[in-house]
Design a binder for this molecule. Structure first.
Ligand code: NI
Length: 210
């Protein structure tokens, strides 16, 4: 890739500031703190998987940008990530090769788009994002997201059940531990998955007290 390491480090600092401004008022579980945790997860996985410093920096850049323009987060519900990432990175004179590489990785991260991660770069960003969807934080984010979409916590009415936050555990959260790519993420996911099962057991007990 035709960019130097110094350029990449400076770009990460600028992009971090931009996404802080962009996401700081989010209340759907896709706030700046989510990005921060995904970056931290990604760095942890990179270290465990012996990823080079250069690739780690690239992965960190993609982690900061992975939710920018996501269809879930705009009123129209359409994917704007390609355009928004391009515009932002062009502001800092990023060459097109690097921009396209970021877009390629980010496009492979989303669970709902159903695309397979084809490189170790996208595999790690995907794992880092998925880890934040499970465990205690994942539970909190699931209900926050449901609230932002006016969904019930759970429902006794079959017609409403399908769109409830609790149904999301079955549709997505419980599936994630078997969809991790790296060994480091597989281990972290197992622990978080076990915690979710405990939570669900308790949740169902309190839902239907006998
Ligand atoms: Ni995300």
């Amino acid at each position: 890739m035709t960019y130097n390491d110094e350029f990449l480090k400076e770009l990460i600092a600028k992009v971090t500031n931009d996404v802080r401004t962009h996401f700081e008022n989010d209340t759907s579980g896709h706030d700046f703190e989510h990005l921060q945790r995904v970056v931290n997860n990604a760095k942890f996985i990179c270290e465990k998987e012996n990823v080079s410093v250069r690739d780690t920096d690239f992965i960190v850049l993609c982690a900061w940008l992975h939710d920018l323009g996501d269809y879930k987060l705009n009123k129209e519900g359409i994917d704007k990530s390609k355009g928004m990432i391009t515009n932002l990175l062009q502001t800092y004179n990023t060459n097109i090769e690097l921009i396209n590489k970021v877009i390629e990785v980010v496009s492979e991260v989303s669970f709902s788009k159903g695309r397979a991660a084809t490189s170790i770069l996208s595999k790690i960003v995907q794992d880092a994002d998925r880890l934040d969807a499970i465990g205690a934080i994942g539970i909190a984010r699931c209900f926050a997201y449901g609230g932002s979409k006016n969904r019930p916590l759970y429902s006794d009415f079959p017609s409403k059940r399908a769109e409830s936050s609790y149904q999301h555990f079955f549709d997505k959260l419980l599936l994630l531990k078997d969809r991790m790519n790296t060994q480091a993420a597989i281990e972290m996911a197992a622990e978080r998955h076990a915690f979710m099962l405990d939570f669900m057991k308790r949740f169902e007990t309190e839902m239907n007290p006998t």
